[in-house]
Design a protein. Structure first.
Length: 228
């Protein structure tokens, strides 16, 4: 029975539109140019940061990021960055009795930004805090010590088949592929336990399964007692 549901961040809970628009402003290019390059590198199966490297060959992205932060132009999130289904779905899952976590590939600042939004989640973490990023097995090993339940009782939800679904399944977790954002909409994940077009649909499925299992548990225990 599912005990925990853990969500990726970018293009699962939060739109990346502001993120890439901020990079476009910093690099002094039109936002649509940046968006087009991000789409192009993703279509080629490359790291989305390659869009920045195309615009500025040889750039040290980490150093450039530090320069942005020093200039007061680092990450920022507010309610408008959340997809509309996020807050109600997280609340529904918690109200149903499931543990809800948020963990994705982000810098440590994002934990504070998400916490400030007072999302209905039990815990929030980023790859920077854990010192390992998806799709590395170590990320999911850390997740397994963080979220309650055995591996098969934890669901990882994400948009990216290669970063989210495949490595989570390899670690023994159940997985939900969200068809959202440029990767989620264009790249199938046939090995996912569920493929959904919205978090609302996923919540319906998980809560139904959770309640059905809870209802069946007394009958199962009764049969076990009778056999013994």
């Amino acid at each position: 029975m599912v005990q925990s549901v853990v969500f990726d961040i970018g293009e699962t809970l939060v739109s990346d539109s502001r993120y890439w628009a901020a990079w476009a402003r910093w690099l002094d290019v039109p936002p649509h140019t940046m968006s087009a390059l991000v789409g192009a590198v993703l279509a080629q199966g490359r790291d989305n940061a390659d869009a920045i490297r195309i615009l500025r060959p040889g750039i040290d992205i980490a150093a450039e990021w530090r320069a942005r932060e020093a200039a007061g132009r680092g990450d920022y999130l507010d309610e408008s960055d959340l997809y509309p289904d996020v807050r109600p779905v997280l609340r529904r899952l918690r109200d149903a009795g499931l543990w809800v976590g948020i963990a994705g590939n982000q810098n440590a600042t994002v934990t504070g930004l998400l916490t400030a939004l007072t999302l209905p989640a039990d815990a929030i973490a980023t790859s920077a805090e854990w010192g390992t990023a998806k799709p590395a097995p170590a990320f999911f090993e850390h997740l397994l010590t963080w979220a309650p339940g055995e591996p098969h009782e934890i669901v990882y939800v994400g948009d990216h088949p290669a970063n989210d679904i495949t490595p989570a399944r390899t670690a023994g977790l159940r997985t939900a592929h969200l068809r959202r954002g440029p990767i989620g909409l264009t790249t199938p994940a046939p090995n996912a336990d569920w493929t959904v077009d919205s978090l609302t649909t996923l919540a319906d499925l998980l809560i139904t399964e959770y309640r059905d299992r809870l209802a069946a548990e007394p009958a199962r225990r009764s049969r076990s007692s009778a056999r013994s």
